[in-house]
Design a protein around this ligand. Structure first.
Ligand SMILES: [Mn+2]
Length: 221
C-alpha cells in the first residue's frame, strides 16, 4: 500500500513537472557575441531532447559539446568562427562565455529549479565527478590533472578555460574532480558528461519548490 502510494505520488509529481514546463514559455535562449577575435552564436533549450548542431572550428570541442547536449538532454546549437589560425584559445574560451550566458538567460530568475546537481561518470579507466550549484555566485574548482598536453591538436588545458568562462557567465558554482584516468580523450569526455548530467539535474524543475530555492528568497545574481 505504501509502495503504491509512493508510485502514485511520483506519477503526480511528474505530471506537475510536465504541466509546469508546458504552461510556461520554453526555457530557452539565443545569444550572439562578436569581438575582433571571435564570432559566436548559441541557441539553447533547457528542456530539450539532446539534439545538437555544433560547429566551432575546433573539432574536439564540437565532439565534447555534442556529448554535453546529449547527456544533459539540452538542445544546443553552437556556431563559432574564430582566429584558430593563431590558436584555439580565444574560440574555446569565447564559446564557454556564450554557452554560460545562454544558460543564465534561459534560466531567468531561476525559480523552481533544483539548483544543485551531482554526477559521477566513467569512461573505461576514467572517472569524473561534477557538482554544481546554480546559485547566482560564480566559482570554479577544477581538479582535473591531465598528464598529456594535447589530444590530437587540442590543448587539454583549454578545458579549464572553457569551464571557467562558462561558470563565470552562468553565475554558478562548479566543482570538477577527476577521480581516475589515463587517456586524456577519456578524461575530458568524462568531464563533459558528468558536467552534463549534473547540469540536467540542477536545471530541472522541482515541483516542491515555490519561488527560488534559497533562504535569501532569490537566486538571481
Ligand atoms: Mn570520444
Amino acid at each position: 500500500m505504501a509502495a503504491k502510494r509512493k508510485i502514485e505520488s511520483a506519477g503526480q509529481s511528474n505530471a506537475r513537472v510536465v504541466a509546469a514546463v508546458a504552461d510556461n514559455p520554453p526555457r530557452a535562449a539565443q545569444v550572439e557575441r562578436k569581438t575582433r577575435e571571435t564570432q559566436v552564436s548559441v541557441e539553447l533549450r533547457i528542456d530539450g531532447s539532446g539534439r545538437s548542431e555544433i560547429s566551432t572550428g575546433v573539432p574536439f570541442l564540437d565532439h565534447m559539446l555534442e556529448s554535453f547536449a546529449r547527456h544533459g538532454f539540452f538542445d544546443l546549437k553552437v556556431n563559432a568562427r574564430g582566429d584558430v589560425h593563431i590558436d584555439d584559445h580565444h574560440t574555446v574560451e569565447d564559446v564557454g562565455i556564450v554557452v554560460g550566458r545562454a544558460f543564465r538567460q534561459a534560466l531567468g530568475d531561476r525559480s523552481g529549479i533544483r539548483r544543485f546537481g551531482e554526477a559521477t561518470v566513467p569512461l573505461d579507466e576514467a572517472l569524473c565527478t561534477a557538482v554544481v550549484d546554480i546559485s547566482g555566485r560564480s566559482y570554479l574548482s577544477y581538479e582535473v590533472p591531465i598528464a598529456r598536453e594535447r589530444v590530437g591538436n587540442f590543448q587539454t588545458d583549454l578545458v579549464h578555460d572553457f569551464m571557467k568562462a562558462l561558470s563565470d557567465e552562468a553565475g554558478m558554482n562548479l566543482h570538477l574532480i577527476l577521480r581516475a584516468g589515463r587517456n586524456p580523450h577519456h578524461v575530458i569526455e568524462t568531464v563533459f558528461k558528468s558536467f552534463a548530467r549534473a547540469m540536467d539535474q540542477a536545471t530541472s524543475i522541482e515541483p516542491r519548490v515555490s519561488g527560488a530555492l534559497s533562504t535569501k528568497g532569490t537566486l538571481a545574481s
